[in-house]
Design a protein around this ligand. Sequence first.
Ligand code: HEC
Ligand code: HEC
Length: 414
Amino acid sequence: MRRSDCFGYRCPALAVFTFLAIASCIPVERQQESPSRPDSVLGSAIDAETLRRARQHSPLPALPASPTNRWADDERAAILGQFLFFDRRLSANGEVSCSTCHDPELSFADGKQLAQGLEVGPRHTPSLWNVAYNRWFFWDGRADTLWSQALGPLESEVEHGMSRVAIAALIRQDPDLRGAYEAVFGALPHSERPEDIDRLFVNVGKAMEAYERKLISRSSRFDRFIAEEESGSSEVNAALTSSELRGLSLFVGAANCRLCHAGPLFSDREFHDTRVPLLDGHRPPDSGRYGGIRSLLGAEFRGAGPFGDDPEHSMPEPVLRGETWGEFKTPTLRNVAKTGPYMHQGQLESLRDVVHFYSTLENARPPHDHGEVTMVPLELSASEIDDIVAFLGTLTDESIDAELLKPLASPLIH
Ligand code: HEC
Ligand code: HEC
């Protein structure tokens, strides 16, 4: 059990709470098998405690504000961001765009184990559904705002391999891009001074964020099921099958997935070590959150830095602690059935493999010294694994304005 360190952040009151919460939630002993329920497809077949817990996962609340980005909800910025998201000119070889890896046809992921831009990178591409609800970005949380996150891949040598100077030149030279930029952010700087180039580069990130904030998934069958349960409607359209219901009650009950996959995002937005085995034995160990905190503390672009639009806004300051070594961010499970393979290296092929891993902890990496010890083999039966996988399938909702899924012909609103 990790000590009261509040997942690596300095917040003593919450730390005690977290400690107690984890202590009381650890699935040390599995709960008694629940008596077999009537094989009904109606929501009423689910017991009151399961339903109470299930309600904590739906509905998805309104999108939180993004105080460090003045243009976060600016429509023209979102159009410019969408245009740039698909624009391959933002790469050293003219072939890579954000959508190369975050492909709307693949649920904003890429279906690969490890991301491939200019080269193969060290980690798996996460999907971007509901990304604006996150508190930290990347698997290791090394960015604290969505706009600063976007600047990373652009200058990464294995992803876009661009430079901010080249991006500034592109925007200056393309009349449409220039017009769209100036309509949102004002006149382009005349000078090539580094601080002017940095400002332009940051604004590209802010436009990308405005687009990404629209990638919302909130109407899964699970959400409709909960809404119908809440309203007591007799018209049951979103019924879950008995297998999905059993999966739900395992998820919030005996299997205790909700310990980390908490709330409407199905993520506590924090970092844990699931001890999932690495892709192959030869890769250098990935320090995960530990390296993420180090990077964030030294980051050039941060919410609280000179490019954040709300200097009064206090961002939580992570504390570098050894226990955070090897921890990765809890991913959302919304649309998870669409975004395999799974985990930070894509090391597990299918959802069945993921749940099987939690069930057996087969080949698990040893827990890190002083790390949290929350993982115990769940020892699920084959049909319980099927049930959890079936439940995860009810979290799918890819219905979104089709206009958001494709490259735009122009970055300007016509
Ligand atoms: C070469 C593939 C690739 C390209 C190109 C790429 N990404 Fe990513 N993206 C990734 C990978 C891999 C990660 C996780 C990296 C990590 O954790 O270190 C990631 C992480 C993210 C995240 C964080 C998600 C989260 O839940 O924390 C966002 C947001 C994101 N990318 C947006 C973008 C944007 C915007 C662009 C274009 C400017 C872009 N990506 C270009 C592969 C890519
Ligand atoms: C101790 C916290 C914790 C618990 C308990 C937990 N998870 Fe996770 N889960 C995580 C973290 C952290 C990751 C990412 C790990 C990584 O990439 O190394 C993850 C990854 C996943 C993924 C892969 C998602 C993706 O996009 O790659 C799925 C699916 C998943 N968990 C489902 C479950 C289910 C089902 C349960 C219950 C049987 C469960 N989790 C229990 C923390 C937890």
